[in-house]
Design a protein around this ligand. Structure first.
Ligand code: ADE
Length: 226
């Protein structure tokens, strides 16, 4: 998989990809992540990427021309399966969307700023608009990092234990069960007996029931939507 991220602030974005799982995924050649600074696609000395909005009103709008130049230069090299715009008015990210996107080959992510991009960018280029939740960030960069992380960890070979993404919360519309590690007792608090029993059939049953109970208590909406 290849992810190209278009941004006016690459420095906000690079560090999450330089550590831990995301770094290792790139080192193993399972994903390539490239950053493109929109200012390098501007014309004129001011490297202008935004302008006042037609009709008046507070807030600047990202111009179509640099975005067109950047996307077109990428498309000249390869084809893209999705061109995603990160925006608070997009569809809300969930595990199903992350799963779907993890099956794609090449993806562009466009990070918005200010009042967002000229509507014609959305009409012309964007295939999918994604929000990471009902709140407004200063820009799309942190949202792109969240989206990329949720996708990359699902790529085969990225997580050490191949099954571990399958047992994440939300993979089957259930929250993950409680987990414990050593010591078996801490300040009088004991690990549930069953987990020490070595009976893996019973342990699986317990985990499934625990996941159901936790989901019922914390996120009953997940069970209703099945
Ligand atoms: N840009 C600003 N806020 C955002 C959000 N919640 N999700 C995606 N992109 C955004």
């Amino acid at each position: 998989m290849r992810i190209d991220i278009i941004t006016v602030l690459p420095e906000l974005l690079t560090s999450p990809f330089e550590a831990s799982i995301l770094k290792r995924a790139q080192e193993k050649g399972l994903v390539e992540v490239h950053f493109h600074n929109l200012r390098e696609f501007t014309v004129g000395n001011y490297k202008q990427v935004d302008d006042y909005q037609y009709g008046g009103g507070a807030g600047m709008v990202m111009m179509i021309e640099p975005i067109d130049k950047c996307i077109s230069s990428l498309q000249a090299e390869r084809s893209y399966d999705e061109i995603i715009y990160l925006t608070p008015d997009g569809e809300t990210l969930n595990q199903r969307i992350a799963n779907e996107l993890s099956l794609k080959g090449n993806i562009i992510m466009l990070c918005g700023h200010y009042k967002g991009v000229d509507q014609r960018v959305r009409d012309l280029f964007i295939t999918r608009e994604i929000s990471i939740g009902d709140f407004v960030l200063s820009g799309g960069e942190l949202a792109a990092a969240v989206l990329a992380d949720s996708i990359i960890r699902l790529l085969p070979g990225v997580l050490g234990d191949e099954t571990s993404a399958l047992t994440d919360s939300f993979q089957d519309q259930l929250l993950a069960p409680e987990v414990y590690t050593r010591p078996a007792e801490y300040k009088g608090l004991k690990v549930p007996e069953i987990l020490l029993s070595g009976d893996f059939g019973k342990i699986e049953e317990w985990r499934h029931q625990n996941a159901l109970d936790r989901t019922q208590k914390r996120r009953p909406d997940l069970l209703e939507n099945q």
